[in-house]
Design a protein around this ligand. Structure first.
Ligand code: UD1
Length: 459
């Protein structure tokens, strides 16, 4: 029972997690993160892209699904996992530290949290990635307590976690901040209590943390003004397979009836809509034709109209997206504004701006989600882009060409925006500090090279 676990928690007594399992081979164990920091990408621009790219499972869903495993003693088996990503490795490191047994093979991952022996998520691991704060809700829900460092992640804004903490408090948790750590305790009895939580602002992470916490709470939780991102529905569907009672996924009101425990399940991660959109914009910029395999166009409804207005052809063929652009026809500028789903995703804003630098006329890009998400602008300017930032809007005046230059990647999506610019720029572009890129794009060099791009990673 939860109560017993909360009261008899013994951080010393449990053995270290076993690192091998019977159902997956030994070579499939958690991999160390790749080198990254000093690596750079060298791109010779000007090649059109032709061919096929297999879209990976969504990083932003996979990270949360891994945390969902903490809610059960039994094994969660995940398929279509983007296992080579740096962020996934950071999450593996964290779950491993907590005591989970994790086995990976190709795009499969099995997590057993029956061996968890601490509720302490330390700064050294959590600082690497904001997605690690998502262990808070599950730990608190299952064990009645959690101690989690305040998170790090991309420097795209202040990114507080007040909505996560307020929501947990409304479920009866006692929360204090001490020395950079969130220390959370469930009410007497060790179990959170359901209630109505109205988010004052739409937050993906807070919706996910609270949804996970509510699965094991006493009574019914209603999350109002919840985020509707496909990754949240993916997480919810996995939780339902684990025995959770959730309705309203994909809407702004999610209702969760708490249950006593969750059990083993198998779930396939939703395709990465941000990776998909990035490659759609890559071919829009370079010209050519790409088949994006196992993608989900329905999750990109806000990207399709501006891409079509710009002059790109998009069709669907079962689970594939075919996207083409005739390079002899100039791209047309178009305005976008980022918004919570189903609006235009903030995670595609930098790539879109990169594309607009080549469009005829002026376009306006407005960022409403994060206050510091124009860090790609000075780097794109080094490549000849004409962009003026005014508050949270940027006016992009399209040029006929960009020129290759050494540039510096500052956050995940800014990094890939520079790669896209490099693919189409005249001459050589060197993208330095690709650490962030490796957090979120599986084998980007291999995937683009296979379609004709001249891009290599050098140390
Ligand atoms: C997630 C995604 C990120 C994406 C973002 C918005 C992951 C790992 N990351 O981030 O790629 O860009 O959604 O689609 O899934 N906020 C608060 N208080 C909080 C939480 C958030 O004020 O407690 C603010 C944020 O500063 C931001 C806005 O709410 O301005 C939206 O943030 P949120 O949706 O929570 O983003 P993340 O979940 O961090």
């Amino acid at each position: 029972m939860q109560t017993d676990k909360a009261n008899t928690w013994d951080k010393e007594a449990s053995p270290s997690p076993a690192s091998k399992s019977a159902d997956m081979p030994a070579e499939a164990q958690a991999k160390p993160a790749t080198s990254g920091g000093l690596d750079k990408l060298v791109i010779q621009g000007g090649q059109e892209l032709y061919g096929e790219i297999a879209i990976s499972g969504a990083k932003n869903s996979a990270l949360k699904l891994m945390c969902a495993a903490l809610l059960s003693e039994e094994t969660l088996r995940l398929e279509n996992m983007p296992n080579s990503l740096r962020d996934i490795n950071s999450q593996i490191e964290l779950l491993d530290h907590l005591g989970c047994t994790i086995d990976c093979k190709d795009d499969l991952m099995a997590i057993n949290a029956g061996t968890v022996h601490t509720i302490d998520a330390p700064y050294d691991i959590v600082r690497k990635m904001r997605g690690s704060i998502l262990v808070l809700g599950p730990l608190l829900a299952r064990f009645g307590e959690a101690r989690v460092s305040l998170p790090g992640g991309c420097a795209i804004g202040t990114r507080p976690i007040d909505l996560h903490l307020e929501g947990l408090k409304q479920m009866g948790a006692e929360i204090i901040l001490d020395d950079g750590y969130v220390i959370a305790k469930a009410p007497a009895g060790g179990r959170l209590i359901g209630g109505k939580i109205l988010f004052p602002k739409v937050s993906v992470g807070a919706t996910e943390n609270l949804m996970m916490a509510a699965t094991l709470a006493k009574g019914t939780t209603i999350l109002a003004n919840a985020a509707c991102e496909p990754e949240i529905s993916d997480l919810g569907e996995c939780l339902i397979k684990m025995g959770a009672n959730i309705s309203g996924l994909g809407t702004s009101t999610i209702t969760i009836e708490g249950v006593d425990s969750l059990h083993s399940a198998q779930h396939s991660v939703v395709p990465d809509r941000i990776e998909t959109g990035t490659y759609m914009m890559a071919v829009a910029m370079t010209g050519g034709e790409l088949r994006l395999k196992k993608a989900k166009l329905a999750h990109l409804s806000a990207l399709i109209p501006p891409l079509e207005r710009a002059g790109v052809k998009i069709t669907e063929d079962n689970d594939d997206i075919i996207i083409s652009r005739d390079k002899s026809v100039p791209l047309k500028g178009t305005d976008i504004m980022t918004e919570p789903y189903p609006g235009f995703p903030t995670d595609l804003q930098a790539q879109f701006m990169s594309m607009m630098t080549l469009c005829a006329g002026a376009s306006m890009v407005t960022e409403t989600i994060f206050e510091n998400r124009f860090m790609h602008v000075p780097e794109l300017a080094r490549m000849g882009a004409d962009i003026t930032v005014q508050g949270n809007s940027a006016i992009v005046r399209g040029a006929k060409t960009l020129k290759g230059a050494p540039v510096m990647a500052t956050d995940l999506r800014a990094s890939v925006a520079l790669v896209l610019a490099g693919l189409v720029a005249e001459g050589e572009t060197i993208v330095n500090r690709i650490y962030h890129l490796e957090r979120g794009y599986e084998d980007i060099v291999g995937k683009l090279s296979a379609c004709g791009a001249n891009i290599q990673k050098v140390h």
